[in-house]
Design a protein around this ligand. Structure first.
Ligand SMILES: NC(=O)c1ccc[n+]([C@@H]2O[C@H](COP(=O)([O-])OP(=O)(O)OC[C@H]3O[C@@H](n4cnc5c(N)ncnc54)[C@H](OP(=O)(O)O)[C@@H]3O)[C@@H](O)[C@H]2O)c1
Length: 275
């Protein structure tokens, strides 16, 4: 299927590895120019090198000469300075992105009794207000040009909250409520879609860190924790960043223009409800 987005510009946040990288990879394969962001400059540069090679391979497979641009901005996207930097990257589209994938690290697990106001503000800043700021900065330009796709990487915890992830459950639910309203505003009739993509368990560094903590806490081996968690998923395995990226690229595509305001769950069947 031709996704119809070759030549467009995408901002992909939190994209040096994991799910963000998976999204950037899938978009570059479709010929989309990307600005990728993460805090660690070396890891980001390494990711950019991989994306340049992936973009060039995909372009030559399509018999095209040029490859999509891959620009990097090493910055904390949860800060106003970080967001200003992605809009000022030389050679980038400034605020005129056609596609925005919002993403940043998830808040730490814990017991809600231990979280003070600062912990909550940090979580809300990263997982609710940052995506909202990015949407605010780009959505009207998209509407004026008649095409826009925003995908927020959130979490399956929005549908099935996890007790120790209260900061994530709370902050991301705030974003989910905002998106449900904003997606159905005037922009829906101006070619702009706004959706959330909800990962269940995907094989990334973050998941490995969480499983490592569980292994230490329970005295089990990492392999045992991994096996036990996979056994709870009907698909019998974790998802891959590549699979996640493919769903993201579809939501960013022209054929997905009638999908908006949705929470798209990718979890190998782990969520047990019918709706
Ligand atoms: N993997 C899963 O199974 C899963 C499940 C549910 C929800 N999620 C959520 O999905 C998101 C992505 O998870 P992941 O598994 O891909 O994590 P990951 O493998 O740890 O990758 C996170 C990426 O985001 C970047 N990042 C983190 N904080 C950032 C910030 N403040 N500004 C800019 N970049 C930042 C990281 O690079 P730097 O550290 O260099 O900045 C890295 O590139 C997280 O919010 C996570 O909570 C993941």
């Amino acid at each position: 299927m031709d996704l119809g987005i070759a030549g467009k510009w995408a901002l992909v946040c939190g994209a040096s590895k994991g799910l963000g990288f998976g999204c950037a990879q899938a978009l570059v394969r479709e010929g989309v120019n990307v600005v990728i962001n993460a805090r660690n400059a070396d890891a980001l540069q390494l990711a950019a090198s991989k994306l340049i090679a992936i973009g060039a391979d995909a372009a030559s497979a399509r018999g095209q000469k040029g490859a999509p641009a891959v620009l990097t901005v090493a910055a904390d996207i949860t800060t106003p300075e970080g967001r200003a930097a992605v809009f000022a990257v030389p050679g980038g589209p400034e605020r005129d992105f056609d596609i925005v994938v919002t993403n940043a690290g998830g808040p730490p697990p814990g017991d809600f009794r231990d979280w003070d106001r600062d912990a909550w503000i940090k979580a809300v800043d990263a997982n609710m207000l940052t995506p909202i700021e990015l949407i605010k900065a780009t959505v009207d330009g998209m509407a004026a040009r008649g095409f826009g796709r925003i995908v927020n990487i959130t979490s399956s915890a929005v549908k099935a909250p996890i007790d120790i992830l209260g900061l994530s459950n709370g902050a991301r639910s705030g974003l989910t409520g905002f998106v449900a309203g904003a997606a159905r505003s005037k922009i829906a009739g101006q070619g702009v879609t706004l959706n959330n993509l909800l990962p269940g368990k995907f094989d990334t560094d973050r998941l490995n860190t969480t499983m490592g903590a569980a292994a230490t806490k329970t005295g089990k081996s990492l392999e045992d924790v991994r096996r036990a968690q996979q056994a709870q998923i009907p698909a019998g395995r974790f998802g891959t960043p590549e699979e996640f990226g493919a769903i993201c690229a579809f939501l960013c595509s022209v054929p997905a223009g009638y999908i908006t305001g949705q929470n798209v769950l990718a979890d190998g069947g782990a969520y047990p409800g019918a709706y």
